[in-house]
Write a protein that binds this ligand. Sequence first.
Ligand code: 5AD
Ligand code: SF4
Length: 427
Amino acid sequence: MNFHDSERMAGILETEGYSLTERPEDADLIILNTCSIREKAEHKFYSDLGRLRVVKKKNPEVKIGVSGCIAQQEGERIFKKAPHVSLILGPQNLTSLSELIEVDRRSSLEDRPDYAKAEIPTRRLDNIKAWVSIMYGCNNFCSYCVVPYTRGRERSRPLTDIFREVEGLSQAGYKEVTLLGQNVNSYGRNLEDGTDFTELLYRLHDLKGIERIRFVTSHPKDFSERLIKAMKELPKLCEHMHLPLQAGSDRILNLMNRGYTYRDYKEMADKLRSEIPDVAITTDIITGFPEETEEDFEKTIVALREIRFDGIFVFKYSKRPNTSALLLPGHLQDEIKAERFSRVLDIQDYITLEKNRGIIGKNIEILVEGKSKTDNDKMTGRTRTNKIVNFIGNIESKGKIIMVKISGTRHNSLDGEPLDFAQGKPL
Ligand code: 5AD
Ligand code: SF4
């Protein structure tokens, strides 16, 4: 979401005559777009901001801005801590950027109920796959999470605006869109016309040129049968569901205010797998939430073994300002959080490897995204289930959907051999 917000700020700035540079020393304006989901992201921001002091010293004309969730959370306190900052911009206030660059030491941090209706120019950094925000904010108030405080109340963009944006992408040659929201299953809840998420999917599916549609993130408590039906009926909708579980213990899920039990979750996962062959389910796990006992934690391990996710993101619980989990007794020491964190990683690594081994030898469709980041001689693409496949091929295959035979598995990716050839050479 932040990556895409950066694309939008770059789009706004382009309309103001700015262009992108890779080197801070060459810039007239530098904006740090920040995340405050965990404390670690905040630390990183403060060290980056410290480094920019040097840039400002060398070039006093440069304007430095802070946007995103830390900007919202800390507000004008940032001016006090860091006098070299000249503008502060909250995540609902991107459209104020044009005004803020004209003045010095001003902030824009208001709650903007009409932000969902704004049309914001976007400078996209990729030309095959595109991110599209469909809603902002969150109403769930999971007890550990800062997002409802920094991004505000949940608001959906009108369907016609989203449709127009994706139509533009299809005309510009994009092949894949990922619909973004903190909780996409509740898309439309605040819209007067009764539109819901599946309706949006059916509408977007008609657009020619777009070959794949993805979405993140779904919340288990709003998971619907209609979504499974849409996945069955819509060939462009990829068979991948990121469905954050967070913990395996019902007591902890309740303290987290997640609104489901492990059993509810397991039933959803089973249903998805029985109805959508080869669907990939990925998840988020938090270790060391306050009051998590060894017994509670072992339920997370059981969940990993029972569900066998295709991939997980795991986080150590991090204390966030304003959140109700701060008030819970029984905060755990970092060593316990870290020890549980590595146990989760070890188990999941084993499961991922085992699952990936199971696809060796299979022929799978991938969308080629470009050159591999780790090996310049290789191209890289993704399966419909969002797994990365690297293969020896040429640059002309970029943007094409091709078939590969999976030949090996690595830590975070698969190796493949193209089965599609042009003039005897692999695509
Ligand atoms: N501590 C640890 N992890 C967190 N997440 C959100 N807030 C916190 C926190 N305070 C994780 C959740 C969420 C993902 C985006 O980040 O797992 O699903
Ligand atoms: Fe945070 Fe929960 Fe909202 Fe996700 S659903 S953004 S974890 S409050």
